[in-house]
Design a protein around this ligand. Structure first.
Ligand code: HEC
Length: 170
C-alpha cells in the first residue's frame, strides 16, 4: 500500500469513529443530566428518590444531621439542598429557580416521620415566592402539595428572606 492510500484509509476510519460517537451521543444524552420535574408531587418524589437522590446532596450549610428543630416540623431535622439551592444560599442573592430544599422530620427518638419539600418553579406562584410545597409521609404518600396554605401562612413570616427560616439567603 502506498503512503497516500494508507493516509486515506486512516482518515476514513477516524471519520467513521467520530461520526458514530456523535450519533450515539445524540441518542443517549449525558447520564448526569436529568431534567427537573414540573409542579407534580409524584414526579418530584421519583426525581428525589430515583433520578437525583437527595440523600447524596449537601446538607444545609452549617447544619449537621439531626439538628434540633421546632414545631410543626419535628424535634429533629436533617435538611438537604440541591446544587442550585446551595449556590444560592452561599451567594446570598435569593433562591434561584430550580432550587430544591428537602427536610427530613424526625421524632425525639429519631424515627423518620415525614419529608417536607420546597421547590422553586418559575411562574408557579408569584404571589408567594414561586415555591411549590410538598409534605410526604414516611412511605412517600403525598399528604399535601402545591400552594399549601398552612405552609405559606407560616413561612410568610420570612417573606423578606424568600420564605426561608433556616438561614439568611439574601
Ligand atoms: C407553624 C409554622 C410552619 C409551618 C405551618 C410550616 N413550616 Fe416549614 N419551617 C418552619 C420553621 C420554623 C422552619 C425552620 C426549621 C425549624 O426550626 O423547624 C421551617 C423549615 C422548613 C424547610 C427548610 C427551609 C426553611 O424554610 O428553613 C422546609 C423545606 C419547610 N419548612 C417546608 C414546609 C412545608 C412543605 C410546609 C407545609 C406542609 C411547612 N414547611 C409548614 C415553620 C413552619
Amino acid at each position: 500500500m502506498n503512503n497516500l492510500l494508507k493516509a486515506v484509509v486512516v482518515a476514513m476510519f477516524v471519520i467513521c469513529v467520530a461520526a458514530s460517537a456523535y450519533a450515539i451521543h445524540e441518542i443517549i444524552p449525558s447520564e448526569t443530566f436529568v431534567p427537573l420535574p414540573g409542579a407534580d408531587a409524584e414526579k418530584l418524589n421519583e426525581y428525589l428518590v430515583l433520578y437525583n437522590p437527595y440523600k447524596g446532596w449537601s446538607l444545609w450549610p452549617g447544619k449537621k444531621k439531626l439538628y434540633r428543630g421546632t414545631e410543626p416540623h419535628g424535634v429533629l431535622l436533617t435538611t438537604f439542598v440541591n446544587d442550585i439551592a446551595l449556590r444560592s444560599i452561599k451567594k446570598k442573592t435569593g433562591m434561584k429557580y430550580g432550587s430544591i430544599i428537602v427536610k427530613e422530620n424526625y421524632t425525639p427518638d429519631k424515627k423518620f416521620i415525614a419529608l417536607t419539600v420546597m421547590y422553586k418553579i418559575q411562574g408557579y406562584n408569584p404571589e408567594a415566592g414561586d415555591w411549590f410545597w410538598v409534605r410526604y409521609a414516611r412511605d412517600g404518600t403525598v399528604q399535601a402539595a402545591g400552594k399549601v396554605k398552612s405552609c405559606i401562612d407560616c413561612h410568610s413570616k420570612r417573606k423578606d428572606n424568600d420564605y426561608i427560616f433556616s438561614g439568611p439567603v439574601k
